[in-house]
Design a protein around this ligand. Structure first.
Ligand code: F6R
Length: 247
């Protein structure tokens, strides 16, 4: 079911699998319309089924990614790109290795950069020189974070270095052998970087996302819940299941 609001559209789905199929359709139709589209990508569990649906479509319909360019939201500081839990590795495994995208057109902040500060500035510039992100996929943290913009991050922030909160490290610990292995810092696209995307699709499934979605849909805009900034975006689609919408 799709509900249109003044600024955003909510599409209610049964589960993450359906969310993935619906989100993939939006991405695939953009790539067909604009073969050199700039896609903003995310890691985490939310977009995995979307990537699966894009791979399925690529195999069945030959959607062409040769001229597509991508920018990921974030990367852990201190993990080399070949580390199993690096977001670079995640993207290769879950999408890039299975479609005909050119790896040279894919961008992920370099978590091993000598100067992470310079890496942030250059990453922001690279997005601008590519013409900006046409379509951004987002997940949402249980505390309302988007990318690694944790509660309290100014809405005006560009790409920057973050200290990960204990909550986020705990949420991500399932991917590591123990919490002590979860990095403490990351490079993340800022809220202002995300808001410059021409179109945003947010996937929220599962009860853990209910408080954050409630704040986004019903609460006032506050830097304490970073996702509430999205209400200001002119072209936002929220794809959510009943559990995420339950509050
Ligand atoms: C990932 C990212 C994060 C996740 C968020 C939700 O690139 O930027 O903000 O989108 O932590 O994670 P999942 O999807 O695992 O629930």
């Amino acid at each position: 079911m799709a509900v249109a609001n003044q600024n955003f559209r909510i599409i209610t789905v049964a589960d993450n699998e359906e969310a993935g199929r619906v989100a993939a359709e939006i991405f695939i139709s953009l790539v067909r319309e604009k073969p050199n589209a700039v896609l903003g990508l995310a890691t985490g569990s939310s977009p995995v089924n979307m990537y699966k649906a894009m791979i399925k479509d690529y195999l069945e319909n030959n959607t062409n990614y040769t001229d597509v360019c991508t920018f990921n939201l974030d990367e852990y500081i201190g993990l080399p790109s070949n580390h199993e839990q690096s977001y670079a590795n995640f993207m290769r495994k879950n999408l890039f290795d299975h479609i005909n995208i050119q790896l040279k057109n894919t961008h992920i902040p370099n978590g091993m950069a000598k100067s992470p500060e310079i890496e942030c500035v250059e990453y922001e510039k690279a997005i601008e020189s590519a013409g900006g992100v046409d379509l951004q996929i987002l997940g949402i943290g249980s505390n309302g974070h988007i990318a690694f913009n944790e509660p309290g991050t100014p809405f005006s922030c560009p790409t920057h270095i973050v200290e990960l909160t204990e909550q986020t490290r705990l949420d991500n610990a399932r991917f590591f052998n123990s919490i002590s292995e979860v990095p403490t810092q990351a490079i993340t696209s800022g809220i202002s970087t995300i808001m410059k995307s021409k179109q945003i699709v947010l996937i929220a499934t599962g009860a853990k996302k209910a408080n954050a979605i409630r704040a986004l849909l019903e609460g006032s805009q506050t830097e304490d819940v970073p996702a509430t900034v999205l209400k200001n975006h002119p072209n936002l689609t929220i794809i959510a299941d009943d559990a995420a919408l339950s509050k």
